[in-house]
Design a protein around this ligand. Structure first.
Ligand code: ADP
Ligand code: MG
Length: 284
């Protein structure tokens, strides 16, 4: 069965979509079968995977409202090597339309059960909010990957995300764990970023991925070509980092198929809320 991960952080512009599409492409490059789900009505992950959101007849919206199955709504991104369950602006309406429905936070989970065996990884790009859409992602997932920039206020809001994850874990999805924090848009020339990065490591230890994604203009250019950086320019530093991250994830979290006959991998512990001190600029 597929490992299902949400890429979440309720801040906008922190690299969620960039991480989702590049990790999907990186995993595909190392031989994994991947489904990428766009849960953001902006549809950036859809467009950034070479799928024109305006041309889609069925999207994740139809899946959430049960007017289409995942099999009917997914499309293959030939260029990127993974499948896409896309989104467009219609998805913004799902939030309101689902409020009155039963099992509203478990609709994605129910729908994905039919395709779980076809993939090694399912990645979900979440919108920048703790909305019903994000909740659908969290109720479905085994884990959350949190991309973050190493800045003073990067951890602002992480407490909310951690508390939401704890609540979902306690009430709706016993499987949910924080898989790790991914340092993105990193510039080693900025001393402050190095300091925050060190603090993250010392506070969260194993929960911080070893791979660091550098700030790299090729990653920012790639979406205008409708491609993840990993496909657009595989040799770029940022692309290489995402491929290394895909490998780190595969090693840390072997897909279920690789576990046959092996001893089970212990699930990571839920992560505690960050200490207040790390948000305090004077504490640095
Ligand atoms: P989110 O999905 O969290 O809103 P995005 O992935 O859309 O964030 O990233 C925000 C902006 O930062 C985009 O313009 C994106 O191209 C750019 N960006 C993301 N990661 C990097 C990086 N490592 N280097 C340079 N630019 C980046
Ligand atoms: Mg995004």
């Amino acid at each position: 069965m597929a490992k299902i991960f949400c890429i979440a952080n309720q801040k906008g512009g922190v690299g969620k979509t960039t991480t989702t599409v590049n990790l999907a492409a990186g995993l595909a490059k190392v031989g994994q079968r991947v489904l990428m789900i766009d849960l953001d009505p902006q549809g950036n992950a859809t467009m950034g995977s070479g799928i024109d959101k305006r041309q889609l007849e069925t999207t994740v919206y139809d899946v959430l409202l049960e007017s289409a199955s995942v099999v009917e709504a997914r499309v293959k991104s030939e260029k990127c090597g993974y499948d896409v369950l896309g989104a467009n602006r219609e998805l913004a309406g799902a939030e309101v339309e689902m409020v009155a429905l039963d099992r509203r936070e478990k609709r994605l989970r129910t729908a994905l059960a039919a395709v779980g065996a076809e993939y090694d990884f399912i990645l979900i790009d979440c919108p920048p909010s703790l909305s019903l859409l994000t909740l659908n992602g969290l109720c479905t997932a085994h884990g959350v990957i949190v991309p973050m920039q190493c800045e003073y206020f990067a951890l602002e809001g992480l407490t909310d995300l951690v508390n939401t994850i704890k609540q979902v874990h306690a009430n709706l999805n016993k499987n949910l764990q924080i898989i790790g924090l991914l340092r993105v848009m990193f510039d080693p020339r900025i001393t402050l970023q190095q300091q925050v990065s060190e603090q993250l490591k010392s506070h969260f230890g194993e929960k911080v991925f070893d791979t660091v994604i550098p700030r790299n203009v090729r990653l920012a250019e790639a979406p205008s070509y409708g491609l993840p950086g990993v496909v657009f320019d595989p040799a770029a530093r940022g692309s290489q980092a995402y491929i290394a991250f895909a490998q780190e994830l595969v090693e840390k979290m072997p897909p279920a198929s690789a576990l046959a006959g092996a001893s089970p991998v212990p699930a990571p512990e839920p992560m505690d809320a960050p200490p207040v001190a790390i948000q305090d600029p004077n504490g640095l």
